[in-house]
Every structure is written in C-alpha cells, then in structure tokens.
Design a protein around this ligand. Structure first.
Ligand code: APR
Length: 317
C-alpha cells in the first residue's frame, strides 16, 4: 500500500508534536509548513534524526512553500496564535481569521481533495471559515476539540475514582468554549454509570453531585488551567494526541466514534453550524453523525453552547 501523505500547517508547539507522533506511529510521510523560515525544516531534521533510534520509516519535510503540501491525503491546520493567560479562545478570532484565510487559500490551491482537520482557535469559527474558503465537502472537514475535551473529562474522573482512564467512557458535546457540555448521564466506568460510583464513594447523592459539578467545571476550563500554568502559550501535547486519534481513524478506516466538530444540518436541533457531536470517522471522513436523545436539561445546555458558537461565527460575516 502506498504511504499516506500528511500535511501539517503551522509548525509551532502543536505542529511539532504532531509531526513527531505521525512519524512514531508511521501514519505517513509528513510535510510541516510554517511561515517562519528554517523552523519547520529544523524540526523535521531533528525528528528525522531520531528515526534510527525510534525505528520509524517515514520521510519528514519542513517547508515554507505551499506547493509542497500538494497530494496530501490529510491536512492538519494548527496555524494561529495560542492564548496567553487571561485570554479566552474567542479573543483570538481577529488575528487567527487572517491566518486561517491565508492557510485556507493554500489548501484550496494545492489540496482541494484532502481531508482537513482544524485545531486553531476559536475552533468552531476557524473550521467554519476554512470550509467556506476551501469549499471542502462537509464530510471531509472536521474540527478537533471534542476528543480532547472528552479526554480531559475522563482524566479527571479516573483520578477521582482511582481507576484506569482506559476504562472511563466520557463524551462532551457542543462548542469548544466554557459552555461545552460534558455529558454526565452517558459517562461510565467499564459500563457502570459514573454517578453510581460517586454515590458509593461518598455515600450521598448530594455530595456525588457536588464532586461531579466540580469535574464538569474543571473540564470546561481545562484549557485555561494549562494556559495559566504555562504562561507562554496553550496546551499542545494533548491537542496533538487527540488529533492523531482522528487522523488514525480516518487513514486506517477504524470507524471510531469520536466527538468531532462537524457541520450540522438539523442534528441535535442545530442547522448550518459546526458544533461538536459524536461521529463515526473512517475512510469516508465523517461517515455518520450519531444522534441520541438529550433530556431537557442537557438540551438546554447544548442550546446555550450552540448560541455561543453562533454568536462568534456570526461575527465572521
Ligand atoms: N501560515 C502558517 N503558519 C502560520 C501562519 C500562517 N499564515 N501564521 C502563523 N503561523 C504559525 C506560527 O509561525 C507558529 O509556528 O503557526 C504556528 C503556531 O504555533 P504556536 O504559536 O506554537 O501555537 P500552538 O500552541 O501550536 O497552537 C496553535 O492551536 O490550540 C490552538 O489556540 C491554539 O490557535 C492556536 C493553535
């Protein structure tokens, strides 16, 4: 089978980790693009020189020339400024819209048939803008947020209950902002509802609720928690890893069910916006949006999150 080609636009913190993970997992040959001269070339040289030690057989090319992304099977967009302490993701919209416009024009020119995964923030608005400019079909353009938000939620639950994170199933819906919706009712440990385990631990439903609320809040603000500690930028290891799960599911046709920011056409009561929902990701890209019933409380939270996404996206118009 011919090797896949993966283009990463933006060779900063997330882009560099992504390039290394693509190589370590031998997902395909990597092209790392950035506007800074020498930086993507240097990172690719550095990663390639570890190939002997790590035992991978893919090529890595750093570039400042969009023509090098031609023929990519998948393009991952990380270009854009990250947050600094005190900033919300939405504060990045003006500067990152300009960057996303330039990047999208490069993709449209050289890779109009590729799958595209956007990571740049504010995510829901950036993926919308990228789709508008590139015209990439809705099944092939996806934002990464939900895999990470769900992973963060699962991590906090595993710490709280002292169980392996591998056995926690957790899902968040909605936009990638502080109004995101961690779905407690569908969260379990090896299939056992999480609230049942918290009630056992604390012997009280009220205390269990309080502990869960704290974890939900921490999940919503988890990106900001990392920003406050790093001070120089935002999270990059976990966003890169989360994106790799999506890339792998598409390139290997794994059909994993992953929370993804996709264009909705009436699902969950949302029409005409990119919002995070569970999807089957496979060789066809977004092969299916998985719908299920939300109760009144969950739907209200979803509506609030979607309203925030709409407010932001509408400022692009
Ligand atoms: N084209 C390509 N790359 C660009 C452009 C452009 N027009 N403008 C800026 N870049 C590059 C920068 O040179 C930098 O190397 O994007 C890279 C961004 O890297 P970092 O600043 O390290 O940011 P990172 O932590 O990787 O986050 C990237 O993802 O999660 C989001 O909020 C985050 O929007 C941010 C993005």
């Amino acid at each position: 089978m011919a090797k896949k080609k993966i283009a990463i636009i933006g060779g900063g913190q997330i882009g560099g980790v992504l390039a290394q993970l693509c190589a370590l997992r031998e997902l395909g040959d990597v092209v790392l693009f950035d506007i800074i001269e020498g930086m993507p070339q240097g990172k690719c040289l550095d990663i390639a020189e570890a190939s002997k030690v790590d035992g991978f057989n893919v090529s890595l090319k750093g570039t400042n020339n969009y023509a090098d992304i031609a023929g990519s099977d998948i393009v991952i967009v990380t270009a854009g400024l990250p947050r600094k302490p005190g900033m919300s993701r939405d504060d990045l919209i003006e500067v990152n819209s300009k960057i996303m416009t330039a990047v999208s024009e490069g993709i449209k020119k050289f890779c109009p048939n590729a799958f595209v995964i956007v990571i740049s923030n504010p995510l829901d608005a950036m993926v919308t803008l990228c789709q508008k400019i590139t015209g990439i079909p809705y099944t092939k353009i996806i934002g990464q947020a939900g895999v990470l938000d769900s992973a963060r939620f699962a991590t906090f639950i595993s710490w709280e209950l002292g169980v392996s994170v591998c056995d926690v199933t957790a899902m968040t819906l909605g936009g990638h902002g502080d109004d995101m919706v961690p779905l407690v009712r569908y969260t379990s440990v090896a299939g056992i509802p999480v609230m049942e385990l918290l009630e056992q631990k604390y012997g009280s439903a009220a205390k269990a609720k309080e502990v869960m609320e704290a974890m939900v809040n921490r999940t919503r603000k988890a990106g900001g928690e990392v920003v406050a500690l790093l001070k120089t930028g935002s999270a990059f290891y976990s966003p890169a890893s989360s994106t790799i799960a999506m890339v792998e599911s598409i390139l290997k046709d794994q059909k994993r069910v992953l929370a993804s920011c996709v264009y909705l056409n009436g699902e969950f009561g949302v029409k005409g916006y990119f919002v995070g929902v569970p999807c089957v990701l496979g060789a066809g890209g977004v092969e299916k949006i998985i719908q299920f019933k939300l109760n009144a409380e969950e739907q209200a939270l979803m509506d609030k999150s979607v309203a925030a996404v709409k407010g932001l996206v509408d400022t692009l118009k």
